[in-house]
Design a protein around this ligand. Structure first.
Ligand code: GUE
Ligand code: MG
Length: 294
């Protein structure tokens, strides 16, 4: 049998390249602007994974010259207090981007908080106004993970026009917005989910396969069309045979690489792109405030 090794879509490298570009642009703009771009992350409780993500975001801000306005609340903070914090940040002229780190502790509802963020400061691109803009094909802040995936496909010049894209997972964070972005690039899009019968028969038809379900290593080479581009959005922490914890995606990378044309690794694929698009959105809304192009 002929052997094949897919080209790796290096999200880490692309993320670094885009961050470098953002850093230069910020440096240039802050020579005349009276302030740097600012990002405010609201973190509630002390979920260790969330704390690690927030630290990563703050580190990225620091590297790029973005001011962080992190606010940390205890898990028993009343919903109303979070609404007041968002209201303050909406009115704070130093802040271009606001996000609520998800998930929130039990008893707190993220949805009304997201609705309260000024849509033009919605760094996560999750406000209904921004999702509506995406649906309508209008400019706006785009959700970070889907936007990061699109940048990765662009970087490797993967043809979308007229191609069959299959998206597994229908979340408001990933599956739904990425389907709209692929559609806007003239792909023929199928949205699959946990109730789709014979998922494998469908995924084998995909030229572009986006997997965003949160099931470790669900997709192996038997589910992939030869030459397809496979994008793994899953980030699952699993314990291996030896009791060691490791990070794995929704795709069994070592199997899929034998048939796919392109595949993203985990870690080092979509994850770093998500953080980078958050920085990008913050700088984009900063530029809009200054009245300049990014
Ligand atoms: N309001 C909000 N916005 C988010 O964008 C958001 C969120 N809440 N809550 C949690 C999820 C998860 N998420 C990740 C971002 C980067 C990596 C990432 O950089 N991962 C590295 C590995 C990191 C590691 O080693 O743990 C990689 O895939 O290479 C992963 C996951 C953003 N999220
Ligand atoms: Mg489902």
């Amino acid at each position: 049998m002929e052997s094949n090794t897919a080209r790796i879509l290096d999200g880490k490298a692309l993320a670094q390249k885009i961050q470098q570009e953002l850093r230069s642009r910020i440096e240039q703009l802050t020579q005349t602007a009276d302030r740097p771009p600012g990002l405010a992350v609201l973190m509630v409780g002390d979920n260790p994974a969330s704390a690690a993500y927030v630290r990563n975001k703050e580190r990225a801000c620091q590297k790029l010259g973005i001011a962080s306005f992190g606010r940390h609340f205890t898990a028993d903070t009343p919903q109303e207090e979070l609404h007041r914090a968002i209201d303050e940040l909406n009115r704070d002229d130093r802040v271009d981007g606001i996000l609520v780190q998800l998930p929130l502790p039990e008893g707190l509802d993220p949805v009304p908080l997201i609705y309260q963020i000024d849509p033009d400061k919605d760094a996560d691109g999750l406000h209904p106004v921004n999702l509506g803009r995406l649906l309508r094909g209008e400019p706006g802040l785009r959700s970070c993970t889907p936007a990061g995936v699109m940048r990765l496909l662009e970087e490797y010049q993967i043809d979308l026009r007229g191609k069959h894209a299959v998206v597994i997972g229908r979340s408001i964070l990933v599956g739904k917005p990425i389907s709209l972005m692929l559609l806007a690039r003239d792909a023929t899009v199928t949205m699959a989910h946990s109730r789709t019968p014979d998922l494998t028969a469908l995924t084998r038809e995909a030229d572009i396969l986006i997997v965003a379900v949160g099931r470790p290593e669900l997709i192996d080479e038997s589910a992939v069309k030869p030459g397809a581009a496979v994008i793994d959005v899953g980030i699952n922490r699993v314990t291996d045979y030896f009791g060691k914890s490791r990070l794995t995606g929704d795709v069994l990378f070592d199997s899929v690489k034998n048939v796919a044309g392109y595949v993203t690794p985990v870690p080092g694929g979509v994850g770093p792109m998500t953080v980078t698009m958050l920085m990008y959105n913050t700088v984009l809304s900063y530029c809009r405030t200054l009245g300049v192009e990014l």
